[in-house]
Design a protein around this ligand. Structure first.
Ligand SMILES: [Zn+2]
Length: 105
């Protein structure tokens, strides 16, 4: 039973050994980051993954054509980095240009 305030999860031996292996190899490096135990390492990895996931999720923006103008649904704007990115794609630019959609700048 884990101590109060903790919960345990069960993983296969293969998964455990793999993480343990990486942990042992990077122990010194991890200690520099304040990671001093195997469970601390797993926590650190999970935290990092979630952080990366958030960063990635923020990059997904939906850009739509509204009334002949591009509109970014993430920023709620007609001129943002995402719109700029859409215009920087040659194939997309050509289609937009042929339809008379112009970059606001
Ligand atoms: Zn945007």
């Amino acid at each position: 039973m884990p101590k109060a305030g903790f919960k345990s999860i069960t993983v296969s031996e293969t998964v455990y050994d793999k993480f343990q292996d990486v942990y042992q190899k990077n122990k010194d490096n991890l200690a520099m980051k304040g990671v001093n135990s195997f469970s601390g390492y797993v926590t650190y990895m999970l935290e990092e993954m979630m952080q990366k996931d958030k960063t990635f999720a923020r990059r997904i923006a939906e850009v739509a054509v509204q009334k002949g103008e591009l509109f970014c649904q993430l920023c709620d704007e007609k001129d943002c980095v995402h719109i700029g990115f859409v215009f920087s794609l040659p194939d997309v630019y050509e289609i937009l240009n042929s339809k008379g959609v112009r970059h606001p700048k």
